[in-house]
Design a protein around this ligand. Structure first.
Ligand code: AMP
Length: 417
């Protein structure tokens, strides 16, 4: 189905053409008509599916019809879990609204920049506000934002917001916005906690799931390579030299590991950098631009930094350290194989990760063959599976337990809980 049959105006179709969008993705085909007919939605969608445009386009279309005169009033609020996603969504609104008779004023508010400046920008006139949930609350608490004209409330990658303590703050947000509004909720997964917040936010929502639920993930070749943990670095270098991967995103468990390994790979002559939450906002943006411009080949990143990254052309994602949850696994590998392109996702596992990876497979309904690479085979014997020995009765408390007790006592000297 072409975009022209989805009820979008010629100004928006022109922007689509300019951006090289030839036809809607499956999620866009389903979501756009439903938003245009004013439904609340619960959409199961992953990054890479084209979900941002699926709400941006119809919101712009409806907004043009009701925008009114004078200074912009906040008509749409989009909350996302990360700075990068916020900026990407805001940019999509700007790009897709570029040919409208009156362009929308889009303001994005993210942490790491002055609240005062952001509030000022909102007060100068804002039609569409895109924000990370945390920073939005900070601004909300200043009580200087007029949300009474709000018509659209969107949560993007809502499951990721749950991890960030969003549930606790949701009531504050719902109190601040009009009860009558259209709600669109996008999430890759729907854990029980998510159902609870969905019922708080939406009214008679239509559930949108796609038959082929993970079309982009299907275009990703998933591999699992067994390797001893200490051999992961050498194996990665070997693969980088032998496979034809251009841009490679490598997931690490923590910030320090991502910095250290990037420095090590640079020493070996690779074009590598790290991307983690310790970086200042401007450095994050810079590193990302360098990666997008293919000036960096290998980016070592942590989950929190990489959430929602919109980079096309990543040929390979490596799970150097495994993600904690199956949902994170899908999010991570979804960084490759975007917008119809194919990609590879490789997970390194040792003896210690076998069970955890099996769980990820089970939850994601996949089963992948285990590979070993000559020269980097998994050696040694798996540790015995039985539980550790029972604690010896009467044995003194461990140093850690003693320290914990002391800390608890200091924090609560009266002993009251
Ligand atoms: P998203 O899932 O919203 O993060 O989008 C993933 C990528 O697909 C982004 O780079 C979009 O610019 C691109 N994209 C979204 N919709 C289309 C489309 N209909 N045709 C081509 N590319 C698209």
């Amino acid at each position: 189905m072409p975009f022209s049959e989805l009820g979008l105006s010629s100004a928006i179709q022109r922007a689509l053409k300019d951006s090289g969008y030839k036809e809607p993705t499956p999620i866009q085909e389903k979501v756009i008509p439903l938003v245009l007919t004013h439904h609340d939605l619960l959409a199961r969608a992953q990054t890479g599916s084209g979900k941002s445009a699926s709400f941006v386009l119809p919101i712009l279309e409806l907004w043009t019809k009701t925008r009114g005169e004078g200074k912009g009033k906040i008509k749409a609020l989009v909350l996302t879990p990360t700075r990068e996603l916020t900026q990407q969504v805001a940019q999509t609104f700007v790009t897709m609204g570029a040919f409208l008779p009156k362009k929308p004023t889009v303001v994005s508010i993210i942490g790491g920049e002055s609240i005062g400046d952001q509030l000022y920008a909102i007060q100068q006139g804002c039609d569409i506000l895109v924000a990370t949930s945390g920073r939005f609350l900070d601004v909300l608490r200043k009580k200087q934002m007029n949300l009474s004209h709000l018509e659209f409330f969107v949560l993007d990658e809502a499951d990721k917001m749950l991890d960030l303590g969003f549930v606790e703050e949701l009531d504050l947000i719902l109190e601040a916005i009009p009860a009558k509004r259209q709600n669109l909720l996008f999430s890759a997964t729907y854990p029980p906690k998510m159902e609870a917040i969905a019922s708080k936010i939406t009214k008679n929502p239509i559930h949108v799931t796609l038959e082929a639920q993970t079309p982009t993930v299907e275009s990703i070749r998933q591999r699992v390579i067994e390797v001893n943990p200490e051999n992961r670095g050498p194996l990665l270098r070997h693969l980088l030299n032998t496979e034809k991967w251009e841009q490679v995103l490598v997931f690490m468990a923590n910030k320090r590991a991502s910095d250290n390994i990037a420095a090590k790979f640079r020493k070996y002559g690779f074009s590598a950098d790290s991307f983690n939450g310790d970086l200042l906002q401007e450095d994050r943006t810079y590193v990302l631009e360098q990666f997008k411009a293919k000036k960096i080949r290998i980016l070592f990143a942590t989950d929190i930094a990489a959430r929602g990254l919109d980079i096309d052309g990543i040929s390979c994602v490596i799970n150097f350290d495994l993600p904690r949850s199956p949902a994170d696994y899908i999010h991570r590998i979804g960084r490759t194989g975007r917008a119809g392109k194919s990609g590879v996702a490789v997970s390194f596992i040792g003896f210690g990760e076998r069970d955890h990876f099996s769980l990820i497979e089970k939850r994601s309904s996949i089963k992948l063959p285990r590979e070993q690479i000559a020269g980097y085979e998994l050696i040694g014997t798996p540790p015995p599976k039985e539980k550790g020995p029972e604690p010896v009765k009467g044995k003194g408390k461990s140093k850690k337990d003693k320290a914990r007790e002391l800390a608890a006592k200091n924090a609560n000297p009266s002993g009251n809980q």
